[in-house]
Design a protein around this ligand. Structure first.
Ligand code: ARG
Length: 587
């Protein structure tokens, strides 16, 4: 629980308002944006009705009856508000104590203990390019995976592979006509994609018919067709796994569409049983007109299943296998209708858990120069974007810090981080235009800025010989796996006699971290964490300019500021970890 909730509850408990319980009072208390008037405030306007007095008079009365304690130091009535000033040094003590003792677990919780979340993300298509359009699904899903894990949930990451469909018949046909084994082996996924693109532009009627036959052969278990299919599949997976490793995402299941091709009967049976299946031009559909949607196609007239049918089977399978509390689908908003239909059909089938299915939609990513089209093979491969970012990062690092020992590795951390952060920083529903200069800027709202801030903090910590001091506690945490509560005197450096405004701003923000993580999970918005990291960096840099750290005149001040620096560094690392971004020590 973040400090704000804690403090609000505390203040609410100290107030005794007629006819209102503590919970109602807590809901009224807010945090004024400008803390010069107070840290928390109770607006009295709503109370005027029931108490038959003016808000100003009520505020006066509440303030004069209020008794301060070790948490709340001051109270004042101002224009119908009761303003509370907290003991900021006490807050600093509490927050820093938590960060130092929890370390890499600070912000984590066990609220998800015994609860399972399935996340369907990335879900690439076999033998098709892994292009820039897959970036968002991959990194948003990857971040949500870490965020839920951090909150104690059991998370199941699912790559719902697009490995079923007539396009594989086309691919085999193209390979049979034009493919050369050695060339495809050498060219890998790019060569496979070229074959597919060539088929789409050059295939004759005859070849189209052949392709349909090849698809039928895959389905009926023909050895050669299946061997070719498996070859294309393993080539694709090898390729995407390399990218996943660089983006730090992982999956617990690669059960794709094909996996469900023999698990559709229960879906059909249930639909029949509920009287939901209707004939339409020989096909079987679920009519959704009543709900303002076009019909959901279940079986084609030739009896073949569809994307939706396989998604229904997958939903049932996931519920039975994982007993999820929620099942998330991190898929572009272009598929809004598809998921609305699926969720509706599940509801009509009588599954009350249909309400636990969530489409985590996101906007389009396009390149600055407009190159994006997937048709005609004009695609931007994600790997090329990552490579280019890493290259550019290398040039910048080489220029800024030519003597850095691990330039290549640092460039990888910076370049990959820039790609991830670029896709995570905005609210996910927004369309984004990817610009190399923007994501790699040292000044903007970027991962580079956050990483650079961390490197700056780290250098202060090294000069102040502070790491060892704090690692002692971090080690204790590692050993026990549990946070270590500090005894008074164990660690005196969490105490300050008085706080500078920029120190206080940092403390408050550190205290918000766990709420931010929770909010990110509740809204399925990793951007909350990304924005937090930028804000914390900005506030740290302000503190760095305003306050002397190593050259502070008093030892206690120096040590307090080192602790603050250590805490910011720690929390920035925790936040970046949740996004899947590494933080170099130096850059
Ligand atoms: N493979 C699909 C595509 O690239 C995304 C699949 C999303 N997941 C799902 N269960 N439908 O469009």
């Amino acid at each position: 629980m973040g400090y704000k909730v804690h403090y609000i509850k505390h203040i609410a408990g100290m107030l005794n308002l007629e006819g209102m319980d503590t919970k109602d009072v807590a809901e009224m208390i807010c945090c004024p944006p400008d803390s010069s008037m107070g840290d928390f405030a109770l607006p009295c306007f709503k109370l005027a009705k029931t108490m038959h007095k003016s808000p100003a008079a009520i505020a006066e009365e509440i303030a004069s009856n209020f008794k301060c304690d070790h948490v709340v130091k001051g109270v004042a009535a101002v224009n119908g508000y009761v303003n509370f000033t907290i003991d900021r040094e006490w807050l600093a003590h509490q927050v820093l104590n938590m960060v130092v003792s929890y370390g890499s677990c600070f912000g984590a919780s066990d609220e998800g203990y015994g609860r399972t979340i399935c996340i369907d993300y990335s879900s690439v298509n076999i033998a098709k390019p892994f292009h820039i359009g897959h970036l968002s699904s991959t990194v948003i899903g990857g971040a949500l995976y870490r965020i839920y894990d951090f909150l104690g949930y059991k998370v199941v990451g699912i790559n719902h592979l697009g490995d079923y469909g007539t396009q594989f018949g086309k691919l085999i046909c193209a390979y049979k006509h034009w493919g050369v084994k050695e060339e495809v082996e050498k060219g890998g996924i790019h060569a496979v994609n070229d074959l597919y693109v060539r088929f789409n532009s050059e295939a004759t009627e005859e070849m189209e018919a052949e392709a349909r036959e090849y698809f039928r052969l895959i389905e009926s278990g023909d050895k050669e067709a299946n061997e070719l299919f498996d070859w294309f599949k393993s080539m694709t997976l090898e390729y995407v796994d390399r990218i996943y490793a660089r983006l730090h995402v992982r999956f617990d299941s690669y059960n794709g569409e094909r996996f469900y091709s023999d698990k559709m009967q229960p879906v059909i049976d249930r639909l029949e049983e509920k009287g939901l299946l209707k004939e339409s031009d020989g096909a079987k559909i679920v009519d959704l007109e009543e709900y303002g949607m076009s019909p959901c196609l279940i079986l084609r007239s030739d009896g073949a299943s569809l994307y939706a049918t396989r998604d229904l089977a997958a939903a049932l399978y996931r519920k039975n296998t994982y007993d999820f509390e929620k099942c998330l689908y991190v898929v572009a908003y272009q598929q809004n209708l598809h998921f609305q239909q699926i969720f509706k059909v599940l509801e009509l089938m009588g599954y009350d858990w249909a309400k636990d299915m969530v489409h985590v939609a996101f906007g389009m990513v396009s390149m600055e120069d407009g190159s994006m089209s997937t048709r005609q093979g004009r695609v931007v491969w994600l790997e090329d974007v990552i490579d280019k970012c890493v290259e550019k990062a290398y040039d910048v690092i080489n220029e800024k810090n030519p003597n850095l020992i691990s330039k290549k590795w640092t460039a990888e951390q910076v370049g990959v981080g820039a790609v991830i952060f670029g896709a995570l920083y905005n609210a996910r529903i927004k369309d984004i235009t990817f610009s190399y200069d923007k994501v790699l800027s040292f000044e903007g709202e970027t991962s580079v800025y956050v990483q650079y801030t961390c490197a700056r903090a780290n250098s202060v910590l090294e000069k102040g010989d502070a790491h060892e001091l704090y690692e002692k506690f971090a080690k204790k945490v590692k050993k026990t796996g549990k946070p270590v509560w500090l005894n008074p005197g164990d660690f005196p450096w969490v105490t300050a006699d008085s706080l500078e405004p920029s120190e206080y701003e940092l403390i408050k923000l550190l205290g918000d971290f766990s709420d931010v993580v929770k909010e990110a999970a509740e809204k399925y918005e990793p951007s909350c964490v990304a924005r937090y990291a930028v804000e914390l960096s900005q506030k740290f840099n302000k503190f760095y300019i305003d306050c002397k750290i190593l050259s502070a005149p008093e030892k206690t001040t120096r040590m307090f500021r080192l602790t603050l620096t250590w805490s910011v560094h720690r929390v920035l690392k925790n936040a970046m970890y949740l996004l899947g971004i590494e933080v170099p020590d130096e850059m």
